[in-house]
Design a protein around this ligand. Structure first.
Ligand SMILES: Nc1nc2c(c(=O)[nH]1)N[C@H]1C(S)=C(S)[C@@H](COP(=O)(O)O)O[C@H]1N2
Ligand SMILES: [Mo]
Length: 162
């Protein structure tokens, strides 16, 4: 009897993701030359944090996360003065678990070019975003309709247009 209780407890432990697993949930990153990387919830929390206000269903919400610029630096993305010439056709493709995807111009996400920030958020109004719409959500500051606010972000990749 005691043995079967122990077995059931073990099975339950194996089935429910631990806190460590949650923190290891990640977004896959791909650089211009195919460099592969990732950012986990833990790593996102350790990057410089930014809070962006965005409207959702007519109400303003505070989204908190890290700048896309700081995240894409992990796969060697150009930023600041390095964005000129050929880099002006670099695009960022953000894809979600449900297959929804959007594109952004890299230049338009850089703080030296535009003041509106683009963040990968992991918190909304002070709480984790949660698995149904998160745990990662893209937020583009200044957007009037949140069509580019990708929920459940799975992958972010860079491509140079020719
Ligand atoms: N993964 C995913 N993200 C998405 C969408 C989607 O279909 N799938 N729709 C977009 C569109 S068109 C809008 S208007 C907003 C709506 O966000 P809300 O449901 O939080 O208001 O989510 C955007 N993000
Ligand atoms: Mo929409």
């Amino acid at each position: 009897m005691r043995f079967s209780v122990a077995l059931i407890s073990l099975a339950l432990l194996a089935a429910s993701p631990s806190q460590a697993d949650e923190a290891n949930v990640s977004v896959a990153l791909t650089g211009l030359d195919g460099q592969a990387g990732a950012v986990t919830l833990d790593e996102l929390a350790a990057l410089p944090r930014a809070t962006v206000s965005a409207e959702q269903h007519g109400a303003a919400h505070a989204f908190e996360g890290a700048l896309l610029t700081d995240i894409l630096a992990r796969v060697g993305a150009p930023s600041g003065k390095a964005i000129h010439g050929a880099e002006m056709t670099d695009v960022i493709i953000v894809e979600a678990r449900d297959g929804y995807k959007i594109a952004l111009d890299l230049a338009g996400t850089d703080a030296t070019i535009r003041k509106d920030r683009v963040i990968l958020a992991d918190r909304m109004d002070g709480a984790p975003i949660g698995p149904e719409t998160g745990p990662f959500r893209l937020v583009v500051e200044g957007d009037l309709r949140p069509a580019r606010s990708v929920r459940m972000v799975k992958q972010i990749r860079l491509e140079r247009l020719h």
